[in-house]
Structures are given as structure tokens and as C-alpha cells.
Design a protein around this ligand. Structure first.
Ligand code: GLA
Length: 419
């Protein structure tokens, strides 16, 4: 059987060299600087961000590098190590939402979003070269790594001053989100961009997506040093086809909003807070009472997922802080089962990968990200990530599925300037 492949993270020296060389070849001059931004895995709290709920991402060591130089005109030219030597060119002047096709929509969208604000009117065009080790379509936010690295680079070269503080970075999160939602047409709820710009090394970011909170109150950092606890986090990209653009994500999002309206609240978060304020043994009844008011079976299941999942985030933070790894793992498992049965966003590859990880001794395993393909994570004892990944690869091979790829991951630093 084929040996499981691990995707190495592109280190800073190699990343800087690759994008600088590509920039020189494509544009015949030196970039003004090099920046990078990480992909993310969400530990728990899935499909909660757009319900004003809680999530808990870490930043990956796998990052996207950008070499950038501002231009005097409004032209944007971008190239990537994956674009086969092809430079995409777009003029920012007169650009409207949705105008840019293909991957250039992401970096161009960031400059476009900035120019639509009162602080960004001075933003002009730029040349940029990208290289990345965040797997594409793996549910690990390669798009956020691209928009967030671009946002930080533009913030820096135009002296906008947002990148230097965590509070300021919330503005860059908004720019990156607008690029993805409005220019690329990908609905995303803010988890990915916040992770890429606000996570800290060694820490998990508890992100509260209640829009009423200030930047400072919306996050807290929680120790996630696994080696100290003799643990490892396996991340495994199932290589099942993954897309947020086929309407499944949007339709779930809409149903959550409609259900909140039908239940007389602004967002499902309000109800989650009511439920989670109760003693644990009363929560299931409280949820049953709420969902009984909804008409469709589908809405009942979706709402049950969101309400239980928000509770699991706080429970996980507490269990992990107390060193209760068994309980932390159980919460991973409960999250996956809820995403499979109630939110219905898993695919067979995700379910099988999770099952194998559990059978092979993971404390817990779950899909991470939006679902419909993408990656799983498993909390395992040190030294177990590789053999468990191999078992999953063997099972995939037996079933005739694409070979999965694994990533060795520790909680890493947020978007930064590296050159
Ligand atoms: C995708 C979206 C995020 C979030 C997750 C599900 O990754 O981009 O905003 O909604 O799905 O938790």
C-alpha cells in the first residue's frame, strides 16, 4: 500500500525566496516586501460564525506568501507558482462586485474593498507574486490565507496602520471578507479571516462572532501547546472534492436566519445562550422545546446543531484547560456526529476518516471547516498521527478513493511581514 504523504509547510526562507524570484521573473524588478498569512483549522464550533456564535481556530504552519509592490496606476497584476507562468491583470478603476473571474478575484477584491472605504481611497494598483503550502480545496482556508496576506501587505505599503494591533486587524478581517463575499462570490462567515489575522502561536483563538462585541471583547487566547501534554493534532485532507460555491453552504445559512426570525430572535446565538446557561442535564429538553416550534424537520435538525455546537465550544475550552483530554475528545466526536446527522455537511470520506481515527485510538476526531469534502482533525497521543493517517490512507485505498494527505500541525503565528 502507498505510504501516506505529509504536506510540508513552506518555511519562511523558502517562501520568501520563491515569491521574490517569481516576482522578479514576472515583473522585472524587486518587490517592496514579503508577507505571509496562515491557513487555519477550526478545533470546534462549526457553522456557528454566521449565527453570531463561537468558534475555536488555530493558525497553521502552512502559509501563503506574497511579494508585493504598489503601482502608481490602478492596474493589478498577479501571478502565483500555481498559475503556470500566467499573469492575471485587472484594472481597479470602475470595478464592480463580482467583476473579476478566477483566483485573481481574491487579491484584487481586497484592494477593491479597501478603496470602497474612507480610509482606503489612496489605495492604488499593485504587482504581486504568491506561493503557498496551504492545500487548495482542503477546507483549510487557502483563500483566507491569500486575502489576509494581501490585506496585510496593502495595509503596510499604504501605511493604513491597521496591521500593527489586534484591534486594527479586525478592519483587515472585514476587507478580506468583503473580497471573498462580494468579489469572489464565496459566502464565508469570518472564522477563516479572523483566524489568519488574529491567532497567536501556541494558542487557540476563542472567537465570539456576536457583532455587538468590541474587537477586544470578541476574542480570547487559550493555551494549545500539545507537546506539553504529550499530544498531537493530526490534520488530514481527504482530497474529496470540496466547494462552498454550489449553494449548500448558503442554503444552510439562509435556513438558520429564517429559523431565528421564526423563533423571534436576531440570531440563533441568543437561544444558544439561554440553553447553555442551564445545567447540562436540562439542555436537551430546552432545545427540544425550542425546535418543537419549527415546522420542518430540516430546520429542527439545523437549529439543534447550532445550539449544541455553540455549547460544545465553551465545554471544550474548559475541558482542555482542565487537562481533561478524554472529555475534549468526546466533544470532537459529538461535534462531528452533529455535523453528519443534523447539519448534514459531511461526505463519506470525512465519516470514514473520522471512524478509522477513532478506532485506531484517537481521543476524538471530527471534520473541520465548511464540510462537503475537505479535512478532518484528530486529537492523538504523540507519535500516533502518522500511523493513524496511514490506516486512513489504507482504508481509502481499499475503497478506491483518492489518496488523502496529512499535515503535521502546531498552533502558529498570525499573518506577518517577513521581509
Ligand atoms: C467555512 C466558512 C467559515 C465557516 C465554516 C464553518 O470555512 O468560510 O466562515 O462558516 O465554513 O464553520
Amino acid at each position: 500500500m502507498a505510504q501516506i504523504e505529509f504536506i510540508d509547510a513552506l518555511g519562511v526562507d523558502d517562501g520568501v525566496r520563491q515569491v521574490t524570484e517569481l516576482f522578479r521573473e514576472a515583473f522585472g524588478e524587486e518587490p517592496a516586501g514579503v508577507w505571509d498569512a496562515p491557513g487555519r483549522v477550526n478545533l470546534i464550533g462549526e457553522h456557528t460564525d454566521y449565527n453570531n456564535g463561537l468558534c475555536l481556530p488555530i493558525a497553521l504552519p502552512h502559509r501563503t506568501f506574497i511579494a508585493l509592490k504598489p503601482r502608481e496606476d490602478t492596474k493589478v497584476r498577479v501571478i502565483s507558482t500555481l498559475s503556470d507562468g500566467k499573469v492575471s491583470e485587472v484594472d481597479l478603476d470602475g470595478l464592480q462586485a463580482g467583476d473579476v473571474e478566477g483566483w485573481a478575484a481574491y487579491p484584487v477584491g481586497v484592494a477593491w474593498a479597501m478603496r470602497n472605504t474612507n480610509f482606503g481611497t489612496g489605495v492604488r494598483g499593485f504587482d504581486a507574486a504568491f506561493a503557498s503550502s496551504v492545500p487548495l480545496g482542503g477546507g483549510l482556508s487557502s483563500s483566507a490565507a491569500m486575502t489576509c496576506s494581501t490585506a496585510l501587505a496593502l495595509d503596510d505599503v499604504y501605511d493604513l496602520g491597521f496591521g500593527s494591533t489586534d484591534e486594527g486587524r479586525v478592519t483587515l478581517v472585514r476587507m478580506a471578507m468583503s473580497a471573498e463575499n462580494d468579489m469572489a462570490g464565496a459566502a464565508t462567515g469570518g472564522l477563516d479571516q479572523s483566524a489568519s489575522l488574529r491567532c497567536q502561536e501556541g494558542m487557540a483563538l476563542l472567537l465570539d462572532c456576536d457583532p455587538k462585541l468590541s474587537a477586544v471583547d470578541s476574542v480570547s487566547q487559550h493555551d494549545f501547546d500539545l507537546s506539553k501534554r504529550g499530544l498531537e493534532l493530526l490534520v488530514l485532507d481527504t482530497q474529496a472534492p470540496h466547494s462552498l460555491n454550489d449553494g449548500q453552504y448558503e442554503s444552510r445559512r439562509r435556513l438558520c436566519e429564517e429559523s431565528a426570525a421564526a423563533l423571534g430572535v436576531d440570531s440563533l446565538r441568543v437561544l444558544a445562550d439561554d440553553v447553555n446557561a442551564r445545567p447540562e442535564q436540562e439542555r436537551a429538553d430546552a432545545i427540544a422545546e425550542i425546535i418543537a416550534k419549527l415546522d420542518s424537520e430540516e430546520a429542527k435538525k439545523r437549529v439543534r446543531h447550532v445550539l449544541t455546537e455553540i455549547g460544545r465550544v465553551t465545554d471544550f475550552v474548559e475541558a482542555f484547560r482542565n487537562g481533561d483530554i478524554a472529555r475534549s475528545g468526546e466533544l470532537f466526536n459529538a461535534s462531528h456526529d452533529s455535523l453528519r446527522d443534523d447539519y448534514e455537511v459531511t461526505v463519506p470520506q470525512l465519516d470514514v476518516a473520522v471512524d478509522v481515527a477513532r478506532t485506531e485510538g484517537a481521543y476524538g476526531a471530527r471534520m473541520t471547516g465548511g464540510g462537503f469534502g475537505g479535512s478532518i482533525i484528530a486529537l492523538v497521543d504523540e507519535g500516533k498521527a502518522e500511523p493513524i493517517a496511514q490506516k486512513i490512507a489504507d482504508e481509502f485505498d481499499k475503497r478506491g478513493w483518492n489518496a488523502p494527505r496529512a499535515l503535521a500541525v502546531v498552533a502558529s503565528q498570525p499573518a506577518e511581514r517577513v521581509q
